[in-house]
Design a protein around this ligand. Structure first.
Ligand SMILES: Cc1cc2nc3c(=O)[nH]c(=O)nc-3n(C[C@H](O)[C@H](O)[C@H](O)COP(=O)(O)OP(=O)(O)OC[C@H]3O[C@@H](n4cnc5c(N)ncnc54)[C@H](O)[C@@H]3O)c2cc1C
Length: 359
């Protein structure tokens, strides 16, 4: 009878914990979450886009996998999905992709793309935007996703422990053990699903990760942008789209959203970096630049900012690809570190779990 401990109660840890119990026959699964609630960190502080491929014009594999996972996400998490009119626009200058390339790429991955109707095209500045399209993409409500994950864990019989930070993981030939709250918990396997803090528990050489301390601004869009999500591609541009859990829009900008970045060396705790950061908003610069492409963005009202650390694989810095990290370390590969990259990749992780031999 295999037992497992999952560390990190974000979307990944919660989904993996339930899957181990119900689909992989693991007899006892305990989930440790440092915070007071599930899905309270990166799974809440993100753009809430259910990726459908359009965003990854420079990484065919990621775009294609998004296209495959998208309908499955809508089917399995439909209660948390919110639809809106998704508009992708290509900048007239400095875009890495032309309209012709975008159209061909979307055809190749099977992503529907139509020219934006006149009323939507008129929202853009014709001098700075080459073409605007309507795409088939959705958003998720992170609060509802958290409720769905809680219900799944309860149904699956996973032992969930909140306010339970794991301080260390030890692995030997026979077992794995975690230290939390002065106690030792043992299991056959430990899944490290701590996202930006993966390295702290992974032990051994640094995982090939890149961290960005990010600011996502929350804005109230002007009435003409209500119900619309706009993404200007492909380069140093912006995205403003519904953020359903707050009833607002998120505003992020390729140039201003990352306040700082660093490569994983094992020496900096991302949470400590986030706590120490001054968190001075750059929303003025985001709005000023966004208004060059969509003039009405100048009338968006600022409601606050959410800061967190975004973690991606270092090798995908150039192409924006988002493959999963699934790395087993220690004797018997008993310590498994998992990084999803984006929400819908969870299905790729579950497929990988099906292939893995468990003790
Ligand atoms: C700014 C930003 C925008 C993004 N936009 C999108 C998007 O639009 N669409 C998309 O699909 N993806 C997006 N992503 C990526 C997506 O948010 C992540 O891939 C996903 O949330 C990762 O889930 P997770 O469970 O791995 O991490 P998290 O949700 O961060 O969960 C990790 C959990 O581990 C806990 N933890 C850490 N250390 C310990 C410890 N020692 N002991 C116990 N618990 C611990 C934390 O408290 C946390 O709850 C974005 C990410 C960011 C940061």
């Amino acid at each position: 009878m295999t037992t497992a401990i999952v560390v990190g109660g974000g979307f990944y840890g919660a989904t993996i914990a339930a899957y181990l119990k119900t689909e992989r026959g693991v007899s006892d699964v305990t989930l440790f979450e440092a915070g007071p609630r599930l899905l309270g960190e990166a799974s809440f502080v993100n753009q809430a886009r259910v990726h459908a491929g359009y965003h990854y014009l420079r990484s065919f594999t990621t775009a294609y996998r998004s296209r495959v996972n998208y309908p499955r996400f809508l089917a399995e998490y439909g209660e948390a999905v919110v639809s809106f009119q998704a508009v992708y626009a290509l900048a007239a200058r400095n875009s890495k992709v032309t309209p012709r390339q975008m159209e061909r790429f979307c055809a190749d991955i099977g992503a529907p793309l139509a020219s934006a109707p006149e009323a939507i095209a008129a929202l853009f500045n014709p001098r700075t935007v080459a073409r605007a399209y309507l795409a088939d993409e959705a958003a998720f409500d992170a609060e509802r996703l958290a409720r769905l994950s809680e219900a799944l864990l309860a149904r699956s019989g996973v032992d969930v422990r909140l306010n339970a930070e794991v301080e260390a993981v030890r692995v030997d030939d026979a077992r794995a053990a975690v230290e939390a709250g002065g106690r030792t918990f043992r299991a056959d396997l430990v899944f490290n699903c701590t996202y930006s803090r993966l390295q702290a528990l992974a032990s051994g050489p640094p995982l090939a990760l890149k961290h960005e301390l990010t600011e996502m601004a929350l804005v109230r869009p002007p009435p003409e942008l209500d119900g619309l999500g706009i993404t200007v591609m492909d380069g140093p541009f912006f995205s403003c789209m519904p953020f359903p859990s707050r009833g607002l829009h998120s505003l992020s900008h390729v140039r201003y959203t990352p306040h700082m970045s660093w490569t994983e060396t094992g020496e900096r705790d991302p949470r400590a970096v986030l706590t120490a950061h001054a968190k001075e908003t750059r929303v003025d610069r985001m709005l000023r630049d966004a208004a060059r492409y969509v003039p009405s963005m100048a009338r968006a009202g600022y409601e606050g900012s959410l800061f967190t650390v975004k973690t991606v694989l270092a090798r995908n810095e150039g192409d924006d690809g988002r493959p999963i990290l699934f790395e087993r370390r220690g004797p018997g590969g008993r310590l498994v570190s998992v990084l999803g990259g984006k929400i819908d990749n969870v299905f790729d992780v579950l497929a990988r779990l099906d292939e893995e031999a468990l003790p």
